[in-house]
Design a protein around this ligand. Structure first.
Ligand code: BGC
Length: 264
């Protein structure tokens, strides 16, 4: 865990269609089953999960690239019940950034680090001195009148049949927008495109250095695990703290205007 090294092979199953919470949970059960045959994991160990959407306390708030039925559902609960262990869900790009900032390409960086994952969509993870500003969703900023990810994600590049040079030139516009607002000190590129950076690196232009993710496509897996470990430790600490007694209202506090009058 401390090194980011995977203890089992990476297993991969296609996202089911439609990608409803129930269908995805079923696929995850198969995936976890495959991993467990190679690497026994204690029953009380939590599982980390990265999802392409805004996640607040385990609840999915947006779903640009997965079934809309996720919105309002607790990924922690649905997947946790399916696999029979505590699950902690986090945005996929936040997870990838966590791994890179703590252990990978951004581990020595100071200041503002921006992780961008370019694959099916464009995900973002923003870090300030190592601390995550969660759920930034910078793939959805407007670029030339459209959602940036609809023009420049890995899938969009293929759909638009863009050569790497053309894609990189347009991607530079996107980076320039982000730099104008956020002034990152380092940009880490992850997702599918980071594996072939040699094909377009020479065309990229930015103020901050752009480096490929050290863990390439596994940063999301590593970061989701790091996040699960962090949150489990936080929950254990909270559970060990003495419960706070509810604050008694001062005797002199005036009755609220909408409270029924006391009749003695
Ligand atoms: C989603 C993000 C996600 C990104 C990469 C976007 O469409 O809105 O939450 O991080 O895709 O998967």
């Amino acid at each position: 865990m401390g090194t980011g090294e995977l203890l089992s092979r990476r297993h991969r199953l296609d996202t089911p269609r439609p990608s409803t919470p129930e269908a995805v949970a079923k696929t995850i059960v198969d995936l976890v089953g495959q991993s467990l045959t190679e690497c026994p994991i204690p029953d009380d160990a939590p599982a980390g999960m990265g999802l392409p959407g805004v996640i607040k306390s385990g609840v999915v708030m947006t779903a640009a690239n997965i079934d809309k039925a996720w919105v309002g559902s607790s990924a922690d609960e649905i997947v946790g019940q399916a696999i029979g262990r505590r699950v902690y869900a986090i945005n996929d790009a936040d997870a990838a950034g966590l791994a890179e900032v703590r252990l990978g390409a951004g581990r020595d960086a100071r200041g503002t680090v921006l992780m961008l994952t370019v694959g099916t969509g464009i995900g973002s993870g923003l870090f300030v001195d190592g601390r995550l500003v969660p759920d930034t969703e910078l793939g959805h900023i407007e670029l030339h009148g459209r959602d940036a990810e609809l023009r420049l994600s890995g899938v969009a590049r293929e759909r638009r049949r863009m050569r790497w040079k053309t894609w990189a030139t347009e991607f530079n516009d996107y980076i320039a927008h982000l730099e104008a607002y956020l002034w990152p000190d380092l940009i880490i590129l992850g997702g599918g495109v980071s594996k072939v950076m040699d094909r377009y690196r020479e065309f990229l232009k930015s103020r901050a250095p752009i480096v490929p993710a050290q863990y390439r496509n596994t940063s999301g897996i590593i970061g989701a695990a790091l996040n699960a470990a962090d949150l489990q430790a936080r929950d254990a600490l909270r559970a060990s703290e003495p419960a706070q007694a509810p604050e008694a209202a001062p005797a002199s506090e005036p009755a609220q205007a909408n409270e029924p009058a006391q009749v003695s």
